[in-house]
Design a protein around this ligand. Structure first.
Ligand SMILES: NC(=O)c1ccc[n+]([C@@H]2O[C@H](COP(=O)([O-])OP(=O)(O)OC[C@H]3O[C@@H](n4cnc5c(N)ncnc54)[C@H](OP(=O)(O)O)[C@@H]3O)[C@@H](O)[C@H]2O)c1
Length: 431
């Protein structure tokens, strides 16, 4: 055991930062034994020095300016737990790396936006930039993908990456309530922000997916390459039909190698309810990785919260203290190769389609005709209620087809006089 500690400066002492400091203190002997040297917090910074954090900060040097701390303090590692893609977080990480310090961060937004330039800054200067906590909280997916599964050519990653969305979808299914109603409950329980858009529109999951895709496929992180749509349009009706058909509706992040390139998308899918991801409930996250040697591996666990996120931050610190290092995105930044962007219209898969139609003779034939003209074949049809003249739901599951064909057929179907509402389309995922 070396006597030389790894000196740590922590920027941001909120939910995650305060917990990191606390756990480092509680389990200091254990971590020192694992790392071969003590892990010692020396410096801290946050916005408000007087805020009660339930922590004795007197052993640490306080800094009002986090970026100045990152540049000038005597620490070996700066832990960035401030948050935000730009602003103080980005500034302090740049300062830390360019002044020869390693960085640990939980900041997916910053990595999704500046990941490549920060990897270049770190690797060119010989520093480490570690970010296990940035994706799926307590699940060690970054290390699993970058190191544990390094013996694979990865063909796909499938992730339930946003606990708020999964909680809402699970509760909608369990209670039959509407999206708006359950969102309100999620906000009351603290699972959803006052402004929930970033989560429910799929952007949070897209940032995490872009990071995982970079590691899995050796491509530059590129949030803009991710097709995103969220869960706001999911209806209680579709959730009930999904159940009947043997599916669960999930917000899934998918990054997949295809003949055309790497597809990256976040949207709702129908998943078999007996599949590993179909069974992930509530705020839990899960990631399934498909590799040529290993087959399929699923990691599941808490995707957020003080403890799980601190667990991931500290794992990075133990690695740094022990001298374990890996390129930021699995390969050196100079080896990252841009992937061609794949238009969602090129996606191939099966679809769930719900139409609200007036119940009259020939309606189904008209819909089937439109699908057939675009080469879309129907696997099954479910028709509810028989009240001539009234609007009833008709649900169809198609065989695999190209999305462009499905879109063209839908445009035609939406124009049929008997179709009362815009059709609902949900992709079916074979995971
Ligand atoms: N919370 C989670 O479950 C979770 C999960 C995964 C990843 N993350 C990521 O972890 C990071 C931190 O999240 P959090 O939930 O801990 O946030 P938080 O509770 O809002 O804490 C943010 C901290 O940053 C400090 N801060 C804000 N502006 C600052 C500045 N200019 N200089 C120095 N300090 C500043 C705040 O100071 P004051 O306390 O003085 O206001 C606060 O201590 C984010 O990147 C987030 O995405 C969080």
């Amino acid at each position: 055991m070396s006597e030389t500690p790894l000196k740590i400066a922590v920027a941001g002492l909120g939910t995650v930062g305060a917990e990191v400091v606390r756990v480092l203190r509680t389990n200091s002997e254990l971590f020192a034994a694992r790392a071969g040297r003590p892990l010692q917090v020396t410096d801290v910074s946050a916005r408000n020095r007087d805020r009660d954090r339930g922590l004795d900060l007197s052993p640490y040097i306080w800094h009002d300016d986090a970026a100045a701390m990152a540049a000038a303090c005597d620490a070996d590692v700066v832990v960035e737990l401030v948050g935000g893609a730009d602003g103080p977080a980005h500034a302090l990480v740049q300062k830390a790396l360019s002044s020869g310090k390693d960085v640990v961060t939980a900041n997916k937004a910053m990595l999704a936006k500046h990941g490549v330039s920060l990897a270049a800054l770190a690797e060119d200067g010989g520093q480490i930039l570690a970010y296990e906590a940035a994706v799926a909280g307590g699940i060690p997916i970054v290390k699993a993908l970058r190191e544990g599964l390094a013996g694979n050519n990865v063909s796909g990653i499938y992730g339930i990456l946003n606990g708020t969305c999964n909680f809402i979808l699970t509760t909608m299914r369990e209670t039959g309530r509407s999206f708006a109603d359950v969102l309100k409950e999620a906000q009351d329980l603290g699972y959803a922000e006052a402004d929930p858009a970033f989560d429910v529109d799929g952007n949070d999951a897209a940032q995490k997916l872009a990071i995982l895709a970079s590691i899995a496929f050796g491509i530059p992180v590129n949030e803009a390459a991710v097709y995103v749509s969220g869960i706001t349009d999911v209806s209680a009706e579709d959730i009930a039909f999904a159940e009947e058909l043997g599916y669960r509706i999930k917000l899934l992040g998918i990054a997949r190698r295809t003949a055309e390139g790497i597809e990256q998308r976040v949207h709702t899918v129908m998943l078999s309810k007996t599949s590993p991801l179909g069974q992930i409930e509530g705020v839990t996250n899960a990631v399934e990785v498909e590799g040529d040697s290993v087959g399929r591996v699923v990691l599941t666990g808490p995707g957020a919260g003080a403890g799980p996120t601190a667990s991931a931050v500290i794992a990075d610190l133990v690695d740094i203290a022990a001298g374990r290092r890996a390129p930021v995105f699995g390969v050196p930044h100079t080896s990252l190769r841009p992937a061609s962007l794949i238009d969602i219209e090129k996606h191939r898969g099966a679809y769930y389609l719900r139409l609200m139609v007036s119940d009259q003779p020939g309606v189904i034939a008209g819909i089937a005709g439109a699908l057939g003209r675009h080469g879309v074949s129907i696997e099954s049809v479910l028709q509810r209620g028989r009240n001539p003249g009234e609007v009833v739901p008709v649900v169809m599951v198609t065989h695999e087809c190209e999305e462009a064909a499905m879109s063209a057929a839908l445009a035609e179907i939406a124009g049929l006089p008997a179709v009362a509402e815009p059709p609902t389309l949900i992709r079916i995922a074979e995971v």
